[in-house]
Design a protein around this ligand. Sequence first.
Ligand code: SF4
Ligand code: SF4
Length: 102
Amino acid sequence: MPKYDSWKEMPIAGVIDKPATAREYNTGTWRIMRPIINKDACINCMQCWLYCPDMAINGRVKEDGKTEMLGFDYNYCKGCGTCAEICPVNAIEMKPETEFLK
Ligand code: SF4
Ligand code: SF4
């Protein structure tokens, strides 16, 4: 991020001075609701993975070619709830982050 001596030196519009830096920003700190998976209900359809705007859902393709939902990457999950909305079997519950405070 460039440093300026005065706001008058700042460019008029936003500038992306270095591309592909999204991984450096831990957007999970924005989250006020946390998605929780019920593995017993999940049918591993990966709709949540497809719709998550932050690629915060981990999954894999098993040796038999079937997909498996592994969980959430809470470093990047913003808690938008899209995964919970899209899940066809309601296997994702959104819980307040305050429940996880120590
Ligand atoms: S959308 Fe629901 S059922 Fe499908 S993989 Fe995600 S959590 Fe599992
Ligand atoms: S709550 Fe939003 S950001 Fe987090 S895993 Fe679900 S869809 Fe992705």
